[in-house]
Write a protein that binds this ligand. Structure first.
Ligand code: T3D
Length: 245
């Protein structure tokens, strides 16, 4: 692939935006290749956790602003962004966004589609869209609404301002804030620790927390707990507990 790099280590699939010279600005090739790479990692049984990261000094500077196109923006969203955003949202495996440097505009929207966000302390978060007269898109508003207070999210989106990682943490956008020197090691340890846990329980937790209604939630609990109860991890843990009695 031209704009995406994929690596697999210790149960973790690393999906890396690879346009460092443009701070991983998102062009059509990258968005389509990312969709393809995500599909491959999802289908690979050796991969239990997926990490999204950016090569170079940024996670992503958002939509590539140098592209000249006559395409209708709505159609472009439907054809190019939404397949990736849907795939991220529908992915049963846990997705971690590892964020450093800059995360802006549609790059932020992709990061918000991850399940958790591990962030290097010097990262700058830019809402950016309004600066070029656009609404936030690529699923960003949906996720912002779930993570943040609506008035604070609107205030930020309307301002188009850039905030530091501490502020983003206060907004609820950061799962774990990490000192820059420790960032990559901690991200790797987090992902590999999660990959070592029961995949049935890990994926079940993700599915249960996404359920929208109470009744759906109860029904899903029944499904996932039934499956978890059959796993070796659970059987071994029960035997270990009982053998100590
Ligand atoms: O289609 C849809 O509906 C989706 C719509 C989405 C809209 C958005 O995503 S809005 C957000 C768009 N992004 C931005 O507004 C950020 C633009 N970039 C910047 O403001 C700055 O680059 C940064 C503040 C992020 C970093 O500044 P700095 O000084 O550290 O780096 P730089 O020198 O500006 O950038 C390095 C290179 O990356 C440079 O290229 P060059 O001159 O070396 O050839 C720069 O032009 C390029 N670059 C950075 N961001 C983008 C970009 N090229 C294309 N598109 C970018 N977004």
């Amino acid at each position: 692939m031209e704009t995406i790099q994929v690596e697999r280590h210790n149960g973790v699939g690393w999906l890396k935006w690879n346009r460092p010279e443009k701070l991983n600005a998102l062009n059509e090739t990258l968005l389509r290749e990312a969709r393809q790479a995500l599909g491959q990692l999802e289908a690979d049984e050796s991969v239990r956790v997926i990490v999204l990261i950016g090569e170079g000094r940024a996670f992503s500077s958002g939509q590539d602003l140098t592209i000249e196109s006559d395409a209708d923006y709505g159609t472009y969203l439907e054809d190019v962004y939404h397949p990736l955003v849907r795939a991220l949202s529908d992915c049963q495996k846990p997705i971690i966004a590892g964020i450093h440097g800059v995360v802006a505009g549609a790059g932020l929207s992709l990061a918000l589609a991850a399940d958790v966000r591990l962030v290097a302390r010097s990262t700058k978060f830019s809402s950016a869209f309004i600066k070029i007269g656009l609404v936030a898109d690529a699923g960003g508003p949906y996720h912002l609404r779930r993570l943040m207070r609506q008035d604070v999210a609107l205030d930020w989106m309307w301002s188009g301002s850039t905030i530091d990682a501490e502020r983003a943490e206060a907004f609820g956008l950061v799962t774990e804030l990490i000192e820059d020197e420790a960032y990559l090691a901690r991200l790797t340890a987090y992902a590999e620790t999660l990959a070592a846990k029961s995949p049935t329980a890990v994926q079940g937790m993700k599915a249960l927390l996404r359920e929208s209604s109470f009744e759906d939630g109860l029904a899903q609990e029944v499904h996932w707990q039934r499956e978890c109860g059959k796993t070796e991890v659970h059987q071994r843990a029960m035997q270990a507990f009982l053998s100590k009695k």
